[in-house]
Design a protein around this ligand. Sequence first.
Ligand SMILES: O=P(O)(O)OC[C@H]1O[C@H](O[C@H]2O[C@H](CO)[C@@H](O)[C@H](O)[C@H]2O)[C@H](O)[C@@H](O)[C@@H]1O
Length: 300
Amino acid sequence: MGLARLSSNEGDQNEFSIEYTSWLVEHPCALDKFEEMKSIAKGKKIVIFLDYDGTLSEIVPNPEEAFMTDKMRMVLGEVADRFPTAIISGRKREKVQDFVQLKNVYYAGSHGLDIEAPLNSLKCKDSNEMDNKIVLYQPAKEFLPEKDKVLNLLSERTKDIKGVNIEDNKFCISIHFRHVHSKDLGTVENVISVILKEYPNFLVSTGKKVYEIRPNIAWDKGHALEYLLENLGFGNSDDVLPIYVGDDRTDEDAFKVLRKRRQGFPIIVSANPKDTNALYSLREPKQVMEFLLGLMVLEQ
Ligand SMILES: O=P(O)(O)OC[C@H]1O[C@H](O[C@H]2O[C@H](CO)[C@@H](O)[C@H](O)[C@H]2O)[C@H](O)[C@@H](O)[C@@H]1O
């Protein structure tokens, strides 16, 4: 038995393509598997990790307008009151906090390179106290001056390419090409690759209509997940059940960590079949909200 569906797409199973339907066999909908998941979760400490864009908010053409619905905020706030809950995003941490507006959530921005938690909530070894309120862990701090140089060069060298939108994500940089004409994409790629030859401490990956530049260090969303688990006291625990929900390539690093730990539920948000390390799926942010609502009946 699964969770009751609230979304407007209720019953749209019939509209699924054959490809999506057969992909669902490999990556079943987490709502349909809820009872099974519930029994696995029994007696375990649930910790929730969520990506932001495409998971808690819809993908929209303008990155500045990726707002979360009030309903999602309410559900997320309730869930975070019951279980430790972290948002791990490619965005600048402060930007995610601005969108989410919740104080009971752990935030990791810049693909996990900028972790913040309420003071005393984490047993951090390498933390700084900021304003007496929070602890921060920033493993790529020394890259900041160089990142600013890369950012300036990117802005300068793409300023004449129509549609390029560069987002400063503090330790990382997003170069959005959603609105760039296909004939100009090669130029954008060329600019990036020339700059990264000058700055080999940085690497580029791709997301949804975006190039993402970040420090070339062994730290990704998977490391952030492990860091948070460890500092929440669940480093080697068999009693913990981490749930990670995300929609993009960088979330795969976190899915891999859960697979390696043989623990928890890696859940991909996708309305299309895609290669993934996730075991379960959800179709859209609305379903993420239904899933979170379902978690509220679980005991912690
Ligand atoms: O890790 P995430 O929280 O998923 O962040 C990844 C990137 O998300 C944002 O870009 C994406 O969403 C935008 C708003 O829906 C969309 O316009 C864009 O095309 C997508 O790539 C964010 O703006 C980036 O900085 C993040 O790196």
